[in-house]
Structures are given as C-alpha cells and as structure tokens.
Design a protein around this ligand. Structure first.
Ligand code: ZN
Length: 387
C-alpha cells in the first residue's frame, strides 16, 4: 500500500527537509510485476549504481567522506532489494536514503521510470503530487451501541481513527400505545442518541479539518446510519459518497470489500464523467486536447491541469537525452537544447513522470470506449489553446 498514513511523521520530515551538507539518495525503482522481472529490476538497479558511482568519483565537489557514505548506502540498497518481496499493488518503490541515516521507503501505485538522484535534499515532487491526488476515504461504521471511524486509502483499511461507545440501549421495544413512562424513556433514548451523534459528528469535523479524510462512507445498520446521515453537519453532507450495509456486523474483510466496491463505483463514475466533460465541453471550447501528439505538446508547454489516459495507453516516441523533452515525431534534434533525441518503444512512463513533476492531476481510466476512440489519452488544460 501507499502507506503514507503509518509513515506520516517520516514523510512530513522528508517533505519539509532543509538542505544540509549531507547528501541524499532518492531512488525510484520500477518493480511492477506485470511489466518487469526481479532479475531485470535488480540488474537495472546495479547499472544505475555503477553509473552514479562513477559520476561521484569524477565530481570534485563531493568530499571523500560523502563518497564513502554514499557507497555504504549503495551497498545497503543493493542488499535490501535482493531480499525485497514485492507486494502485488506496488508498481514503483520510492526510497529516500540519506547520509544522516534517513531510510524511508514508499510503495507507489504508479509506474515511474527507474532512476537515482543525488542531491542535498530528497526529490519530493512526485510524492507531493501523489499525496494531493489520492483520495482518503473515511468510513464511519455505526450502530446503536458503538461507532468506529476508519481510513481507507489506496484500497486498504489503514487505521481506526476513533471508536465510540454509546449509552443508547440496543433493544428498545416500541409499542404503538406507549405508557407515559415508556414515552419518557423513549425521550431519554433520543437525547442519548443525539449526544452520541454529536460526539461522532465533532470528530468527523476535526478529521476533515485536519485533512485526514476527504470523503465519508457510512456503514452499518441502515436506520441508524441514515439517521446519522440526516444529523451530520451541512459541511460534511457534500463529502458523503454513499452507504454500505450488511445483515450481520462487518468483519474487517467484508468492510474492506464492501467499501472497495462502493469506491470503485464512485471513482468509475468520476472518471467517466471527466472523459465525457473533456470530449463534450473542454475540446469544443479549446480548453482540452486529445491524442498523444497534442497531449505531449501541451505537457511540454507546462499547460496541463488534468492528464487523462487509458490503462493500456502506450506510444513510441523520442526523449531528449539532455533536458528530457518528449515528442512522438522524429526531429533532427531537441528544439529546446539541441540535444540528441533517443527513440523509445514506449514513452508512457516518461509522460506520467513529467506530469507528476508538474503537479498535474492524473486520471487513469479503464474500459472507456470514448477515450480509446480518442487516442487513449487527453488533457484538460490550464489555459485555453491560444490561436
Ligand atoms: Zn533537450
């Protein structure tokens, strides 16, 4: 999982890092099991390390002590990846390793081309974009006796934020002609239920305010969940995306499965809607482009707000060996720096990486025929296409 949550302190430190004399290795290693074998990514790692070592040897601004430390880190990295077990969902491992003993590993759900960067601080732009791009789903599981709020993030239930016990009796006999005593009792129960709801509502408000969750799913016994839905603050209402129920209490597994199903549905709707808007609104008004050539052109101009692409999208192209300029057309040399253009059989990873570095929102779409028919890639722009 992209377990930002369990590592939030470490990641915050990485993002806020201030440069020092210490050098930092930022390693992206593509380990996607559907694309690459372990043998291949280990040999890629090896050749990148050989290359970096020779650069370090040649660089006179790097001290002997820095060199020795970096070499020690490279050995540690090699040993680590030799023993590394790759979970199914990981496409790229991002590792920050510093001379100050920093060692932070983040499992990314996107393909990023393997590379090593050595700088006085960590390379964080990709991480920042991914954090901004990934929805943190809050799940409130609620019944009369208790309630619990969980975080679901990148397909996993990451943690329970809070648990609540209510003073509301679980079994209440409703009689049509209640005695006064029963009516009083019902009144007290209502008050207790309201108190219970208020505590939960306040906790949710603070979780939203602190950015710990972005949306809310309700789970549990239908009448209580829907009662709470009516109760919750008007500022939470628009964040509510749906409700899951079950005849018996959720097991952790069934909660995850049911929530995943709902999330998938909501995300598919969102993605299909973005494709629809791109084709029906943004393209006609010149706020959008489709196809690899135009998408790459506007990416190079730093004008893409949302990049939308099919899971199976790929395109051959050229990458400037000096500045990273991308194009699908063969050109004599890079129009920006005159560097040599190298042919790649697929430049999708490069496109995604540039988009992440620019802070674009990335929308990966599956099984959308309209997008496939439009070249499998398109973008919503930051500026209207100028004439
Ligand atoms: Zn160039």
């Amino acid at each position: 999982m992209f377990d930002i949550n369990n590592q939030s302190e470490e990641i915050k430190r990485i993002l806020d890092y201030v440069s020092t004399d210490n050098l930092f290795i930022s390693l992206y290693l593509e380990v996607d099991a559907s694309k690459i074998t372990k043998q291949d990514y280990l040999s890629k790692l090896n050749s990148m390390i050989v290359e970096k070592r020779s650069e370090i040897e040649k660089n006179s601004s790097i001290s002997n002590l820095n060199r020795k430390n970096l070499n020690d880190i490279f050995i540690k990295i090699k040993n680590y990846f030799n023993d590394y077990y790759r979970p199914e969902f990981v496409k790229t491992v991002l590792l920050f390793a510093g001379e100050d003993d920093t060692w932070v590993e983040i499992k990314l759900p996107v393909n990023i081309k393997s590379k090593i960067m050595i700088d006085p601080k960590p390379h964080t732009q990709v991480l920042r974009t991914l954090i901004n791009n990934t929805t943190r789903y809050g799940i409130l599981e609620i019944d009369r006796e208790k309630a619990q709020i969980y975080l679901m993030y990148l397909g996993q239930i990451q943690e329970g934020f809070a648990a609540f016990i209510s003073e509301v009796p679980s079994q209440v006999k409703y009689r049509r002609e209640g005695s006064d005593r029963e009516k009083q009792q019902m009144g007290r129960i209502e008050v207790k239920l309201n108190q219970f709801f208020k505590i939960i509502n306040d906790k949710l408000l603070s979780l939203f305010r602190e950015g710990k969750i972005d949306t809310l799913i309700l789970a549990g016994i239908k009448d209580i969940a829907l009662q709470f839905k009516n109760y919750m603050s008007s500022s939470i209402q628009p964040k509510y995306i749906g409700y899951i129920t079950s005849d018996k209490p959720f097991s952790p597994q069934s909660l995850k499965e049911n929530a995943s199903k709902l999330i998938k549905q909501v995300e598919t709707e969102y993605k299909d809607n973005i494709v629809k808007k791109l084709l029906e609104e943004y393209i006609p008004t010149e706020w959008g482009v489709i196809g690899a050539a135009d998408s790459i052109k506007y990416l190079m101009l730093d004008q893409i707000k949302i990049l939308i692409y099919d899971t199976d999208f790929e395109t051959p192209g050229y990458v400037c060996e000096k500045c990273g300029y991308l194009t699908i057309k063969e050109e004599p040399s890079c129009p920006y720096c005159d560097g040599r253009l190298i042919h790649y059989s697929d430049i999708t990873d490069e496109i995604i990486e540039v988009a992440l570095n620019q802070g674009c929102e990335l929308v990966e779409v599956r099984e959308n025929q309209y997008l496939k028919d439009s070249g499998s890639i398109g973008a919503i722009l930051r500026f209207k296409i100028s004439a």
